[in-house]
Ligand binder design. Structure first.
Ligand SMILES: Cc1ncc(COP(=O)(O)O)c(C=O)c1O
Ligand SMILES: Nc1ccccc1C(=O)C[C@H](N)C(=O)O
Length: 428
């Protein structure tokens, strides 16, 4: 598509955008009296205006019913998580039996590792991407140690080649091949948090399965950002949070996916809790754990209703919009940001700011990561001062995520103008 770095062009794109109305369904922060440009849906999504009503409804039912709300609230609390499942399953291309909302991301990954990382002295290695989000790295390290293995030996990290920023798929496939005899698990972020690189989850899953290994993914930066087809891709397990692209508020409950071929098998070892117990018999106070089939069989505790109410508000919006429609807008909006960014940066040859996220749209979601070369963290602080909410990740990357649900083409244009002013000042 031919872009133009002009206000008229941006406004024209917004006028043609069939999702433009959704912008108004979210609160856009005004900080120190100034409307900011919010490009941080990859860290914390904006608040849906409807969330208050959803939470208030539950507060009202609590006031009205007390404990009876578990069974008599408008949406009875004992089964509240179940009403989230259809939208969440649709979002990640899963059967409803394969998904449940519960706990938070790192907790869920540990629970899934209990079931899907059961190393033996023959097969104990995990292949993952170098520079994973630290929590994922701590997960791997502590899981490996928990089973008595040495992280240096058990964790195989595939890194970008010297002088490159992205991980080559051929290098991942080569690592899987090289370590196949001892490989237990391939575990990747669907989209890397630092570079924004999207991995071909279907291909990695197939490669893992070809050598008898399990394939699991952290979808923190993928869920609600790109369409995924977890069931069809045969992914074994996945987990994600809901506070980024799913806009369900800070630290809110996450979700898991367990493919039906595993979910149907209640003999798979797991940690148990009463919410994963046969729900018909949950209140019979029996001694022996009888897990439900499907992802629900991995639940431990009864669910936090207020958080789930916010998540419901957000998922209802996703169901109306549809992730495929969002992706169509996202492809255009992110390409426009890349265009505007490069158009401005070219004006300042002394300053090197480089987008390290793949330029191939099939290898990225909405996030663009900009490496600061010859500038430093002060550049990020200056952006913030100028009213752009982005984020900085050590040592040298600024992440910008134009989020198709609530960002506009005009936001992107205005960002370019802010960048231009800032870089002009920087040169002096
Ligand atoms: C890829 C990835 N994994 C794990 C986490 C940690 O999630 P939580 O704090 O919800 O466990 C995050 C973000 O915080 C993340 O981006
Ligand atoms: N949960 C948070 C709490 C405080 C600050 C950041 C986060 C993030 O989510 C960071 C995000 N995972 C990232 O991709 O960097």
């Amino acid at each position: 598509m031919n872009f133009e770095n002009s206000l008229a062009f941006a406004k024209q794109q917004d006028a043609q955008d069939t999702l433009a109305e959704y912008r108004e369904r979210f609160h856009h922060p005004v900080i120190d009296g100034k409307q900011v440009l919010y490009f941080t849906g990859n860290s914390l999504g904006l608040a849906p205006k409807s969330a208050k009503d959803y939470v208030n409804a539950e507060l009202d039912d609590w006031a009205k019913w007390g404990v009876e709300g578990h069974f008599h609230a408008t949406n009875p609390w004992v089964s509240y998580h179940e009403i989230l499942t259809p939208a969440m399953a649709e979002l990640v291309g899963a059967n409803e039996s394969e998904v449940v909302c519960m706990n938070s991301l790192t907790t869920n990954l540990h629970l899934l590792f209990v079931s899907f990382y059961r190393p033996t002295t023959e097969k104990f290695k995990i292949i993952s991407e170098a520079k994973m989000f630290p929590s994922d790295r701590y997960l791997l390290e502590t899981q490996v140690k928990h089973h008595g293995f040495d992280p240096d030996e058990a964790i195989i990290e595939v890194a970008p080649r010297d002088g490159e920023h992205l991980i080559r798929e051929e290098d991942i496939l080569a690592a899987i091949n090289e370590h196949q005899e001892q490989l237990a698990l391939v575990f990747f972020g669907g989209v890397n948090y630092f570079t924004g690189q999207l991995f071909d989850m279907e291909k990695l899953t197939q490669a893992a399965h070809n050598v008898g290994a399990i394939a699991g993914f952290d979808l923190a930066h993928a869920a609600g950002n790109i369409p995924v087809k977890l069931h069809d891709w045969n992914v074994d397990f996945a987990a994600w949070c809901t506070y980024k692209y799913i806009n369900a508020s800070a630290g809110n409950v996450g979700a898991i996916f367990v493919h039906d071929r595993h979910g149907d098998n209640t003999d798979i070892p797991r940690f148990g809790g009463w919410w994963g117990h046969n729900k018909e018999r949950r209140f019979l106070m029996e001694n022996s754990f009888d897990p439900m089939t499907g992802a629900e069989g991995w639940q431990l505790s009864n669910v936090p209703i207020m958080g789930m109410a916010v998540l419901k508000a957000s998922l209802d919006i996703f169901q109306q919009v549809g992730i495929e429609n969002l992706r169509q807008k996202s492809l255009k909006l992110t390409a426009f940001l890349a265009f505007v960014f490069n158009d401005i940066v070219e004006l300042f040859p002394d300053i090197q700011l480089e987008i390290i996220t793949p330029s191939d749209a099939s290898m990225r979601g909405c996030q663009l990561s900009v490496k600061l070369v010859g500038t430093d963290k002060r550049f990020f602080s200056a952006l913030t001062e100028a009213g752009v909410i982005a984020d900085f990740r050590e040592p040298d990357v600024v992440r910008l995520a134009p989020t198709p649900l609530y960002n506009s083409f005009e936001d992107v244009y205005q960002f370019g103008q802010t960048l231009k002013t800032l870089l002009a000042g920087w040169q002096k």
